[in-house]
Design a protein around this ligand. Structure first.
Ligand SMILES: NC(=O)C1=CN([C@@H]2O[C@H](COP(=O)(O)OP(=O)(O)OC[C@H]3O[C@@H](n4cnc5c(N)ncnc54)[C@H](OP(=O)(O)O)[C@@H]3O)[C@@H](O)[C@H]2O)C=CC1
Ligand SMILES: O=C(O)[C@@H]1CCC=N1
Length: 271
């Protein structure tokens, strides 16, 4: 199975905001024809209107894939639009944080194949990572299809159980925001040390992007790469002594950050 199947059968996107839009941008960039895409969204963005996809028009009866990308809080309002598609052949993929597979089975019919996914916004540039898990009615072929589609915009990981989704959301779903904030903080700190805002931001952005690329491409672990930067009694060591402080530094802060996001995902599940 490949992207041709999606192009041929059609993809319906329910909700095209920041996440749905990021994935759609990635797929269109990688050759998914706009004529194969139907979007349902109450306020289509200018960008969406410029893509050539069908917006709020008549939907195909049995599209290959329906991607659900509305906020968990809007799910109750949004799902009825899809009810007639729950005929057993259409594959539903939800990217909503917190909303469990059982909620979709209830709304769309217990025999619908449903995959719960947690992507992230770097999908817009083909560098996302999406974790997936299917319900009992999602066949291995349908999991392969979802993986093919999602691989077009980054890496795909298959989870062993749905409970892992809360932690996954705390690490990779929300994670880009932590990294963007780190860029903001590094730039602000550079300004405080006397750099212009523009130069500080350029240095911070390029450093995070370059370190990310090196961490991915190098054979060394992130730990080894960190040690490689750290000359004994040099500048990095002085900086890391602050950042790596067990009580007040990044380890404890990151543990609390990821924990809070994962807990919020658990809360969303419970309504
Ligand atoms: N943003 C991210 O980085 C990630 C988000 N997610 C998940 O993706 C989902 C969407 O999040 P995000 O893109 O950030 O949110 P957005 O609010 O940006 O996008 C949701 C879109 O759905 C639209 N919408 C609202 N009601 C309906 C409806 N009844 N039918 C169709 N569309 C509707 C919204 O329109 P309007 O704005 O007019 O209400 C909006 O355009 C959430 O479930 C979130 O948990 C998952 C991983 C990462
Ligand atoms: O903040 C949120 O709830 C969504 C889910 C993961 C990233 N954004």
């Amino acid at each position: 199975m490949d992207m041709d199947f999606v192009a041929e059968k059609g993809l319906v996107l329910l909700g095209c905001g920041k996440m749905g839009g990021a994935m759609l941008e990635g797929w269109l960039d990688r050759g998914l024809p706009p004529s194969s895409v139907w979007v349902i969204d109450p306020k289509p963005s200018d960008w969406l209107q410029s893509t050539g996809v069908t917006i709020n028009g008549d939907l195909p009866e049995a599209p290959g894939i329906v991607l659900i990308a509305v906020k968990p809080q809007m799910m109750g309002d949004a799902l009825p639009a899809l009810k007639d598609m729950g005929n057993g052949t259409t594959l539903f993929i939800s990217v909503a944080a917190g909303t469990p597979i059982s909620a979709f089975e209830e709304a769309l019919g217990a025999h619908s194949p449903i995959i719960r996914a947690m992507p992230n916004t770097p999908a817009a540039v083909g560098r996302g990572i999406t974790s997936i898990i299917g319900n009992a009615h999602a066949s291995s072929g349908q999991l392969d299809l979802a993986e093919t589609l999602l691989k077009a915009v980054g890496q795909v990981v298959r989870l062993e159980n749905e409970d892992q989704m809360d932690a996954v959301t705390g690490v990779s779903g929300s994670g880009p925001a932590y990294v963007f904030h780190m860029i903001e903080c590094m730039a602000k700190a550079g300004e405080a040390e006397g750099l212009s805002p523009e130069l500080a931001m350029q240095l911070a952005q390029a450093t995070v992007a370059g370190a990310g690329a090196l961490a991915e491409e190098a054979k060394e672990s992130p730990r080894e790469l960190r040690v490689n930067v750290t000359s004994p009694n040099g500048t990095t060591q002085a900086g890391l002594e602050v950042l790596m402080d067990e009580e007040n530094g990044l380890p404890a802060l990151m543990r609390r950050t990821v924990g809070a996001a994962a807990n919020r995902s658990r809360e969303l599940r419970n309504g």
